[in-house]
Design a protein around this ligand. Structure first.
Ligand code: FAD
Ligand code: NAP
Length: 536
């Protein structure tokens, strides 16, 4: 227990909520910086996303050589990724290795869900309460609660009457599910569904896919990594990581050209074909203007639509699977044999756009006049993204203001890291940070490093309180909206905008200006003595 200058006993300098990639690194970094730190984690293990998501086919879609920590050279030299895109079990074993390697577990309470965080004005600290009745006081709080950690369960009438089994991809049973001989329904066709559908179709007696909005999915082109390939990366890993941070997405892939409109039709087609076969998610970066110029976007939307029509044998099914939205306005999906799965005789696609699911009935799913007989329903219905984990808690800042109320109209934050009215509280990948638009491990490490520098600055200057100014927060969020509107990414209903959750304010939450501009802004704030933040 440490004692603060105001003589108020506190339990920890820093209380961290969440033991995913972000929280674990925060714990390590805070300890290294000489702060006492502790994690509360709701799950019964470390890993966050990779602890909860155990559905068939779950894996990263940013290449593992990038989707991994970079803070420790020995760690990145020692770890051996076996596939271009690691599976969930491999990523989880990596995270567990990190927890052991840096002796993190002794400072983590598992099965401990934080319910309240209450600012104690007189003591300049946070009182944090948990579901298990624990109460601790911490000078600073880091909310590493995850941008995609609160599963979205839409309200389907009659769900309670269903006699079969139900699952959500983000809360998957740890010992797996055997669908052999079962008639399975999956609701949703986002990334989670697109990864799991091909594998579940191979196992189930019949799979019925309920699709509301068709999505674009790019072939992952996954394959085993060979030793020579990994060795080449490791020979100069640091340079690769540094290069990455110079790219908007933090992934060091150069576009084939600045504009899809600068090349002839034949040349463009050949380039798309080559990138389609090899680049996975980075297909979206084939030309630099694809997500900014409508005419350029039309060329790539058209290319992928034609691909879908060539992969799916039944033209009616292909038409339903063909997206109407512009390419890239929803988060891109990456697949292995997704479209071809609809050629299987045991797979049915149901379009629920015009005629939504009416209700769940005891033996299945009712759409219009048709009942689909089902033994198990999988909800691949996504997340209350970016803000959901924060607004689920009762977080009260200065003058007892609740975060839920503050974010009721718009999720305001300075840099996605600090919030006016909530001193000494930091978020990782919060609204107004690049979050899901970059490799999120790189983004998390960047946030944690910034916060550590900030806390060291406070300690060295004898201060114990920092809070974002309202005007700085407002101008950052205004800038965020201007940048967001320049991109096609904000052009349709998506979780980026909160559009998937009824009643959620429609604000494009991730910062779209690219990682280099964002990192420079963060650095400038620190360099200028934490300009835009009040220190006391
Ligand atoms: P999380 O991993 O979500 O961890 C947050 C933790 O906080 C959770 O364990 C949760 O239980 C805990 N928590 C939340 N609220 C509370 C509370 N009140 N009390 C206590 N604990 C709490 N990103 C990429 O960049 N590349 C990818 O390829 C990629 N693939 C993904 C695949 C899936 C299936 C999903 C769902 C997301 C994927 N993401 C990907 C995004 C992914 O969420 C991030 O990359 C990253 O894992 C987030 O780490 P985190 O530590 O910030 O949050
Ligand atoms: P998602 O992208 O939000 O997809 C949810 C799906 O459920 C959508 O198709 C949505 O349709 C549908 N849906 C929601 N409510 C519905 C309703 N009432 N009726 C019918 N359909 C409904 O969620 P996700 O697939 O879990 O992915 C979330 C994010 O996690 C991804 O965007 C990505 O960032 C990350 N992720 C990454 C990977 C990876 O490949 N590494 C895998 C999984 C997840 P609408 O589109 O019409 O709303």
């Amino acid at each position: 227990m440490s004692t603060t200058p105001s003589q108020t006993p506190i339990d920890y300098d820093v209380l961290i909520v969440g033991a995913g990639f972000a929280g674990l690194y925060a714990l390590h970094k805070m300890r290294q910086s000489g702060f006492s730190a502790h994690i509360f984690e709701a799950g019964n293990g470390v890993g966050g996303t990779w602890y909860w998501n155990r559905y068939p086919g779950c894996r990263c879609d940013i290449e593992s050589i990038h989707y991994s920590y970079q803070f420790d050279e020995d760690l990145q030299q020692d770890w051996v990724w076996t596939e271009r895109y690691a599976t969930q079990p491999e990523i989880l074993s990596y995270i567990e290795h990190v927890a052991d390697r840096f002796d993190l577990r002794k400072d983590i309470d598992l099965n401990t869900r934080v319910t309240d965080a209450l600012w104690q004005e007189e003591d300049s600290c946070w009182l944090v309460k948990t579901e298990t009745g624990q109460e601790v006081r911490a000078r600073y709080c880091i909310m590493a609660t995850g941008p995609l950690s609160v599963p979205n369960m839409p309200e389907f009438k009659g769900l309670e009457t269903f006699t079969g089994d139900t699952y959500h991809t983000g809360l998957w049973p740890h010992d797996g599910v055997d669908f052999k001989g079962k008639r399975v329904a999956i609701i949703g066709t986002g990334s989670s569904a697109i990864q799991s559908i091909p594998l579940i179709a191979k196992q189930a007696k019949h799979l019925t896919v309920f699709q509301r909005t068709a999505n674009y999915a790019i072939p992952a082109a996954n394959r085993p990594l060979n030793a020579g390939e990994l060795d080449a990366v490791k020979a100069d890993y640091a340079t690769l990581r540094t290069r990455g941070k110079q790219y908007p997405t933090t992934i060091p892939v150069d576009p084939a050209g600045p504009s899809a409109l600068d090349v002839s039709d034949d040349e463009r087609e050949n380039i798309y074909e080559e990138w389609w076969q090899t680049k996975g998610l980075m297909f979206q970066a084939t030309f630099a203007d694809l997500l900014f110029v409508d005419e350029a976007n039309d060329t790539v939307s058209d290319f992928v639509r034609r691909k879908i029509q060539s992969l799916v044998e039944d033209p009616k099914v292909a038409a339903i699977l063909t997206p109407e939205n512009p390419f890239g306005c929803k988060r891109m999906c990456v697949d292995t044999d997704y479209y071809k799965t609809f050629n299987r005789t045991n797979v049915t696609l149901v379009d629920v756009k015009e005629t939504p699911i009416d209700r769940i009935v005891p033996n299945g799913v009712l759409v219009g006049e048709t009942t689909y007989d089902i033994d198990a329903v999988i909800f691949a219905t996504g997340y209350d993204a970016v803000t959901g984990a924060m607004t689920k808690m009762n977080i009260r800042g200065r003058d007892n203001i609740g975060l839920r109320e503050k974010w009721g109209d718009s999720p305001a934050s300075l840099l996605g890291i600090t919030i006016h009215g909530f001193p000494n509280l930091f978020t990782i990948n919060g609204p107004g940070s690049p979050s899901a638009l970059v490799n999120m491990i790189t983004g998390s490490e960047h946030h944690v490093d910034w916060i550590a520098d900030c806390l060291l600055h406070l300690r060295e200057s004898g201060n114990t309180m920092i809070e974002a100014d309202k005007s700085a927060e407002d101008s950052w969020m205004a800038h965020n909206q201007v940048v967001g509107q320049a991109s096609i990414r904000s052009a349709c209903d998506s979780w980026y905008l909160g559009a998937n959750i009824p009643g959620k304010p429609r604000v494009f939450m991730p910062y779209l200006g690219g990682f280099p501009a964002y990192a420079e802004k963060c650095a400038a704030v620190a360099r200028d003595g934490y300009e835009g933040l009040e220190i006391a």
